[in-house]
Design a binder for this molecule. Structure first.
Ligand code: A3P
Length: 354
């Protein structure tokens, strides 16, 4: 069954005078987004909004929460993207290991062209977000016209945080494949809170842990509610296992070899017995190339930047399971545990919480 749309709307405003002031304030914020078309600004002004994490507001667009600039990019994507059967889309919840999965996917799909043990492998010089660009930040981000993607090398690899229901119809209906990754909500929340505080503009006030946690539990986080995001891909992966491969960060950490084999099989490029052999070490080389320890120490990831000038170094923090134990109070754990139990009940999806 499709998850219900979130219901946390901004309260109706009280008086004409208040409303006028709020509308003026909102218009000034949207005006500040100089790359947005007038049509997009008008749309944004009509949407319910709540306090944002790294923008002043998040807007409820097509049933999920997003930032103003993403709305224009998503609209372009939905109206123009033409998927081909060989496309691969890496879809994730933010802070669930996107950078890692993009690296693993790129290295696996391109292993014939770029040996994973080569000293010149693209992943040694480029961040995975550069090699597997996000639809909403890079491919369609900051544009008012759709780019021509027809000359990209085959297979084309893209990344996205979009929920399944908002994917362009050509992605849903073609033979293109989607690899989905999520992570237990406790660690995802903590990772998001710490990340956002590092990359947000100074003009946006920091969220306290308590404020961020309350927003998260209300579903208000980029591309959230997170449980709707996971459930939609989960259900789709059950209905169409050849279309959507559903992965969890915890499983990927626990047995990377096994999960990497699943990825390669799903993408139609399974590892041969020779590649599986420890002596040739292809699987092992891919895992080492994409390991947290290796990636974190690369110059490009220590000093480089990606979309909107985020410093790559912030993408690599601890990469541990269970860091939430160092941050969340017992009452927070109780609230989120109950919420997750309730939201995922009957779906068959669950997370091991240490
Ligand atoms: P922590 O903040 O818990 O350390 P995303 O790539 O979706 O933004 O996710 C970021 C999380 O993945 C961060 O978690 C980060 O440390 C972890 N991460 C980054 N690269 C990784 C890798 N190569 N292997 C495992 N985890 C990685």
């Amino acid at each position: 069954m499709a998850p219900k749309a979130p219901i946390h709307f901004t309260k109706p405003r009280s008086s004409n005078c208040d409303r006028h002031r709020e509308e003026e304030e909102l218009e000034a914020i949207v005006e500040g987004e100089e790359k947005l078309s007038q049509e997009c600004k008008d749309l944004i002004l009509s949407l319910p909004r709540e306090r944002g994490w790294r923008t002043r507001y998040l807007y409820l667009f097509q049933g999920f929460w997003c930032q103003p600039a993403e709305i224009q990019a998503i609209t372009l994507l939905q109206n123009h993207f033409q998927a081909t059967d060989s496309d691969v889309v890496v879809a994730t919840i933010p802070k669930s290991g996107t950078t890692w999965l993009k690296g693993l996917t790129f290295a696996t799909v391109n292993r014939k062209s770029f040996s994973p043990s080569s000293k010149n492998h693209p992943l040694l010089h480029s961040n995975p977000h550069h090699l597997v660009p996000f639809f909403e930040y890079t491919v369609y981000g900051g544009l008012d016209e759709a780019p021509d993607l027809s000359s990209l090398p085959d297979p084309r690899l893209f990344g996205t945080h979009l929920p399944f229901h908002a994917m362009p119809s050509s992605i849903k209906n073609s033979g293109c494949k989607i690899i989905y990754l999520c992570r237990n909500p406790f660690d995802t929340f903590v990772s998001s809170w710490i990340f956002v505080d590092k990359i947000k503009p100074g003009s946006i006030p920091s969220l306290t842990l308590e404020e961020a946690f309350d927003l998260y539990c209300k579903g208000i986080i980029g591309f959230g509610p997170s449980w709707d995001h996971m459930l939609r891909y989960w259900n789709e992966s059950k209905e169409r296992p050849n279309k959507v491969l559903f992965l969890k960060y915890e499983d990927l950490k626990e047995d990377t070899t096994d999960q990497l084999k699943r990825i390669a099989e799903f993408l139609g490029c399974p590892f041969s017995l020779e590649e599986e052999d420890e002596e040739t070490g292809v699987i092992d080389s891919i895992i080492k190339l994409c390991s947290f320890e290796k990636m974190k120490e690369l110059q490009v990831n220590k000093s480089g930047t990606f979309a909107r000038n985020f410093e790559n170094k912030h993408l690599f923090r601890k990469a541990e399971i269970g860091d939430w134990l160092n941050h969340l109070s017992p009452s927070m754990v109780e609230r989120l545990s109950k919420l997750i139990d309730e939201k995922l009940a009957g779906s068959g999806l669950s997370f091991k919480i240490s």
